[in-house]
Design a protein around this ligand. Structure first.
Ligand code: ADP
Ligand code: ZN
Length: 758
């Protein structure tokens, strides 16, 4: 008998293995250990019991080495979902299955739970202790002749254990000075019993840090009530629906997710709650934990492998009704899924930027369809795709137009930085308006958020003499300066190359190097300089590299220990900080300069979302947006928080330029050690694609062209873009062209429904 196995190796498709005589036939979803070339790897069975083909003979087909699971380790519906994902995103089945496995299951045999030993005193132990006490009280020496020899330490151990008859974990005994071998010796005498127990590493200690208290019998607003009613009715049909929950920032969408989840759970079905960022998981998870107790699990990559593995096992065992997690949680082994919520569905973090390049939101929709579940996409700024589907009637639309308790949306002011430069000089980072506004918040003991979507201190270094710049040797980008004074380093944000900042120009040796541009570190320094006693902190990827740093920063801000929080888009998302009354955007233009068809959409979303962080408590909020393009429609309409007008305007642009959601696109990047190599190979693919399309004219191929990021990590990159309203045909054509050129497969990146074409 043959089976098909997905092995965790990039770009490999399913492999066939033989089940050796005498081995039980593996079921779909079971893990098997198989030889692969000179290696031994763990794979997952995706198709079992293929009939033996005599023609083929089985001489060349290698046997499985070992079967790790008696039943399915991954549920068959999740296997199917993974295979769909692999096909749709033109990824290897193996690497897709890997993405579905919890981290520890990828290596060899690993139901590697954390176990600990619990020591408990036995009846014999109690007797021994009793006798020793009696002797001591009678003034007799102990041990008496003929007794077994126990050390004072061992008696002390018995004494401690007698106090807790149910047993004490050995690490805890160690803390109290009782070493493991003392315990083992007592066990050999039969005075102590030892048992191994499995412990689930529970990541909810993180959740408790940033959890706002829940008000259980809070009255819903009429809009919330209507939304819960409508969505619950959809969930109760037990058939597939997608609903776009379009609610302005602060309209109370979370409360709707909670009520809806309660209804779905009461009907005996499971809930998948997806959030875009690791940073948002603890707050959301803790709300769900308060509502549903310990039948809630979390799944995201910020957990340790052990925690993640244990949570995964709990879901798999059926101990869980609600899973809260980031994109990969869409593959959680949850049974009877009745509801999938994708919160902040527009968010770019749902897209995985490595193989398989899936969008968690779109996989969620497919999972919902297969499970006959309701999928709720929540956002204040829906993606163009989702809103398009809602207007065309494919999705239900549920709207929340008002904030809870009739709180006003933040009043937004635009500061034209050209005027500011004219008035105060070209070096201004904070306008006078923003500086004054921050100072006013400090006086009133309110909090401010300041956004700049660019990390580092300075974003470029250039030479005044030869105009040379300090570039990354591996990538076609300039290096970014981090830190000040002696701690200064120049770093590449793409490949992590890092170097000392030279004092003279590497090209002309001129001593006139200057820093230009600024990032979050500089803004942080500037606010500290200008706003004296303010407690300023920074939240960006550099600031939260250490595990736990993000959660602690967020909880310090929530507890009022920070007055001004400066950060990248990480501060714009989903957070609910009631004491924030001011949001400043240092430069709204960061994303607009990008040669990307989503530049305007992203800018609109970011500005609307960050403005939505202000005024969520009792005090009204204000947002100040600094820009060089005050008339740009995405900035104008974000100020008015007018989503429909933005959508209409942007749809025109997408239609004229033939971009999603009006057509589908596949971005393809060919990498090579030389520029011409990359361009030639890309040209070859373009040529073959055109031939494959022939006279049908079903797709358009643009390129080859140097990719906007023409060199990355030492490789040159050529790009081709395929557009079509028939996504399946264009994908199949591309996959078959690449399949004909195996040497190209490893150097080609295929991105179906790309978020960015850089
Ligand atoms: P959104 O996700 O729509 O931006 P949230 O769900 O974060 O909004 O809710 C915004 C704030 O309003 C939160 O502090 C939440 O606890 C509070 N809230 C939600 N619903 C109500 C309600 N019915 N009455 C009072 N406060 C509410
Ligand atoms: Zn680099």
């Amino acid at each position: 008998m043959f089976i098909q196995v997905a092995v965790p190796v990039p770009a490999l498709n399913l492999l066939t293995y033989r089940v050796p005589d005498g081995m039980t036939a593996p079921t779909v979803g079971a893990r098997v250990v198989v030889p692969l070339g000179s290696r031994i790897v763990t794979g997952v069975v995706v198709d079992a019991a293929l009939p033996l083909d005599d023609e083929l003979g089985d001489v060349n087909i290698k046997p499985i080495r070992e079967l790790l699971d008696a039943g399915a380790f991954i549920p068959p519906d999740v296997i199917d979902l993974a295979l769909w994902t692999a096909t749709y995103y033109a990824a290897g089945s193996g690497e897709t299955i890997t993405a579905v496995l919890p981290p520890k299951a990828r290596g060899g045999r690993a139901d590697a739970h954390k176990t600990i030993r619990i020591a408990a005193i036995t009846a014999a132990g109690l007797d021994e202790l009793q006798e020793a006490r009696t002797h001591r009280e009678a003034g007799l020496s102990w041990p008496g002749p003929g007794r077994r020899e126990l050390t004072p330490k061992q008696y002390e151990a018995l004494d401690i254990l007698a106090g807790t008859p149910s047993g004490i974990p050995t690490p805890q005994l160690a803390v109290r000075g009782i070493a493991a071998d003392a315990v083992s010796r007592l066990a050999r005498h039969g005075l102590v019993s030892l048992r191994q127990v499995r412990v689930d590493r529970d990541p909810f200690h993180l959740a408790s840090i940033s959890s706002p208290p829940v008000d259980a019998d809070r009255r819903l607003t009429p809009e919330q009530m209507a939304a819960v009613g409508r969505l619950t009715a959809l969930a109760q049909t037990d058939s597939f629906h997608v609903a776009l929950l379009h609610g302005v920032t602060g309209s109370g969408k979370t409360e709707i997710y909670l009520r809806l989840s309660a209804a779905v759970r009461a009907a005996g079905r499971g809930v998948l709650m997806l959030v875009p960022e690791i940073g948002l998981t603890p707050a959301m998870a803790s709300l769900f934990r308060q509502a549903f107790g310990d039948r809630v699990a979390i799944q995201h990559s910020g957990l340790s492998d052990g925690e993640r593995h244990d949570q995964w096992q709990r879901i798999r065992r059926g101990d869980i009704d609600v899973v809260v997690g980031t994109r990969s949680a869409v593959f959680a082994p949850l049974d009877r899924v009745g509801l999938i919520v994708v919160d902040e569905e527009h968010d770019g973090s749902y897209k995985q930027e490595e193989n398989p390049r899936y969008n968690g939101r779109d996989v969620a929709i497919v999972r919902g369809q297969r499970a006959k579940a309701l999928v709720v996409l929540g956002s204040a700024t829906p993606s163009m795709e989702s809103y398009y589907n809602a207007t065309s009637g494919r999705y239900e639309r549920v709207v929340l137009e008002r904030r809870v308790l009739d709180r006003a949306l933040a009043a937004v002011t635009i500061v034209d930085m050209r005027e500011e430069y004219a008035a105060t000089g070209p070096d201004a980072i904070l306008s006078r308006a923003l500086r004054d506004a921050i100072a006013a918040r400090l006086d009133r003991k309110e909090q401010s958020l300041v956004l700049l979507n660019r990390r580092g201190f300075a974003t470029a270094v250039f030479c005044r003499q030869c105009a040379g710049t300090l570039d990354c040797p591996n990538c076609s980008v300039s290096l970014v300066i981090h830190g000040e004074g002696g701690a200064r380093r120049a770093r590449c944000h793409y490949c992590d190359y890092s170097t000392r900042v030279p004092s003279a120009c590497p090209l002309c040796a001129g001593p006139y190097l200057e820093q230009a541009g600024f990032g979050t570190e500089r803004v942080e320094a500037e606010i500290k300089r200008l706003c004296g006693p303010a407690r300023v902190a920074r939240l960006d990827r550099d600031a939260v590299r250490r595990r736990g740093a993000l959660a602690s920063l967020l909880s310090r801000f929530r507890d009022g220990e920070i007055d001004v929080l400066v950060g990248t888009q990480m501060i714009a998302k989903g957070h609910d900080f009631p004491r924030v009354t001011l949001v400043g955007v240092v430069s709204a233009d960061v994303g607009l300069g990008m040669a990307d068809f989503r530049a305007s959409e992203r800018t609109f979303q970011l500005l609307t979302q960050v403005a939505g962080r202000a005024g969520r408590g009792e005090q009204p909020g204000e947002a100040i947006i600094q820009t060089l393009y005050p008339d740009h429609y995405s900035i104008q309409l974000a100020c008015r928080q007018d989503y429909p007008a933005f959508y209409a305007r942007e749809l025109q642009f997408r239609g004229a330029m033939r971009y999603p959601p009006l057509v589908s696109i596949i971005n393809t990047i060919v990498r090579s050690r030389t520029f011409t190599g990359a361009m030639d190979d890309a040209a070859d693919i373009v040529q073959r694609l055109r031939e494959a399309d022939g006279d049908r004219g079903e797709f358009r191929v643009l390129g080859p062209a140097p990719a906007p990021l023409a060199k990355l990590r030492g490789e040159y990159r050529a790009q081709l873009l395929i557009k079509s309203s028939n996504r399946k045909r264009m994908r199949e054509a591309l996959v078959s062209v690449i399949a004909d050129r195996p040497h190209l497969a490893r150097r080609t990146t295929i991105d179906v429904d790309p978020l960015s074409v850089l």
